[in-house]
Design a protein around this ligand. Structure first.
Ligand SMILES: Cc1ncc(COP(=O)(O)O)c(C=O)c1O
Length: 409
């Protein structure tokens, strides 16, 4: 008789995990008051709620300026444009991330140069960054993946030595701090996503943070159809309408109020997971870097050893889901991404550098092992169901490990 729920056995956790997003009358009231005001759009930019959120979120994260816009993909495109990066330029990105990190440089007209990640954190490998620099390189875009942060000491050192801008992709990392400095406040820009599943959400939305007033002004201008934002109204940029509407912006204010308590709860439960997960053979904890001084994550990532475990990440995730556990394979390596089809961008540089953009010619051993075999991303709500929620994760992993032969039939 089958034991695993995927084969008809009894699931470990039939009741599931808490729903996301968390909301109550406060969010209803916030949206209702925007409806009543009649000021639904994002113009004049920033709207009242957008401006309030920009101020509060940048203060929480520790940046001087925030710029709210439609999503966390456009944020990165806007950041590159504000930095004057475009046609003919190269931007170095990691091989393990969401497609948006590659899309943004392409949309700005630049060539994304993809490099492997490091085995300890699956974030961009600083040695690979340094090796990929050419005289066209203008920026590096580290991604703070899962519960990790990229090695910002080394990235900033490399960037400073080579005169590169740094745009941090912090879609997973609101709340994180590196040696006391907030994620997104270390490089030239930090990019955040407020998309539905993210831990600071309004359904859709994105924020750029920066400590540079001129860059903030340019980003505000680019998202507002290029309108000048300086006192003399002289500085017109090449922009379009990427403003976030006030109905969305209003949701972010109460969500930010809830954020810190949720972060603490997730942190406590993730620490408990780290304590007990290694009791399952083939499950490895990838501890966060000690330079992370405030820990916050959208996904927590466990590494399985498929040979020891008896199955690769994809079948294990399908089995976890059937057991009622929200574990997912999030990202394939960039060399295998369905969405990442450089030839479709029609970049002149893509023709010139066809070899460097051909997925068939890319090789990223660490990202490939992680994405195709080893990584399991646990969604944020796994960490909002108390110790029992964590014990159920471990019980499900142990059960799948024990009956992995059932996944092979
Ligand atoms: C690492 C990463 N970067 C960028 C994005 C893009 O954010 P958005 O969906 O808001 O465009 C996401 C999430 O979707 C992401 O996970």
């Amino acid at each position: 008789m089958a034991e695993l729920a995927i084969n008809g056995g009894t699931p470990v956790r039939p009741q599931g995990y808490p729903a996301w997003p968390v909301w109550d009358e406060t969010e209803i009231e916030a949206v209702t008051s925007v409806v009543r005001s009649g000021e639904w759009g994002g113009y004049p930019e920033p709207g009242v709620n957008a401006a309030a959120f920009e101020e509060r979120f940048s203060a929480y994260q520790g940046a001087a300026h925030g710029v709210l816009m439609v999503n966390g993909t456009i944020t990165m495109e806007v950041a590159l444009k504000a930095l004057d990066i475009g046609w003919g330029d190269e931007v170095i990105i990691p091989a393990l991330t969401f497609a948006a990190t590659a899309y943004a440089p392409m949309a700005a007209g630049a060539l994304p140069v993809i490099v492997d990640v490091e085995p300890r954190t699956w974030t961009i490998d600083p040695d690979a960054v340094e090796a990929a620099i050419t005289d066209r390189t203008k920026a590096v875009m580290p991604v703070h993946l899962g519960h990790h942060m990229a090695d910002m000491d080394r990235i900033m050192d490399i960037a400073n030595r080579h005169g590169l801008a740094v745009v941090e992709d912090c879609a997973h990392a609101p709340g994180q701090r590196w040696k006391g400095t907030g994620a997104g406040c270390i490089g030239s820009f930090g990019s955040f996503s407020h998309q539905s599943s993210k831990i600071l959400t309004s359904g859709e939305g994105g924020s750029l943070l920066t400590n540079d007033e001129a860059l903030a002004r340019r980003a505000h201008s680019i998202v507002d159809c290029g309108r000048p934002k300086d006192a003399e109204e002289q500085e017109v940029t090449f922009g379009a309408n990427y403003r976030l509407g006030e109905l969305h912006a209003a949701l972010l204010l109460p969500q930010l109020e809830r954020f810190e308590a949720q972060r603490v709860e997730r942190e406590e439960n993730a620490r408990y997971l780290e304590e007990i997960a290694t009791s399952v053979p083939g499950v490895h904890v990838m501890r966060a870097d000690e330079r992370i001084t405030r820990w916050s994550f959208y996904n927590y990532i466990l590494r399985i050893d498929p040979d020891e475990f008896g199955a690769e990440n994809e079948p294990v995730c399908a089995a976890l889901e059937a057991e009622g556990i929200p574990g997912e394979v999030q990202y394939p390596p960039m060399s295998r991404y369905d969405l990442f089809q450089p030839s479709r961008s029609r970049l002149p540089v893509a023709v010139e550098f066809a070899d460097r953009l051909d997925p068939a010619k890319m090789s990223f051993p660490v990202a490939e092992a992680a994405g195709l075999r080893e990584s399991i991303y646990f969604m944020e709500n796994t960490f909002r169901a108390g110790r029992q929620g964590i014990e159920d994760v471990v019980e499900a992993l142990a059960k799948i490990h024990k009956h992995a032969d059932e996944l092979r039939v």
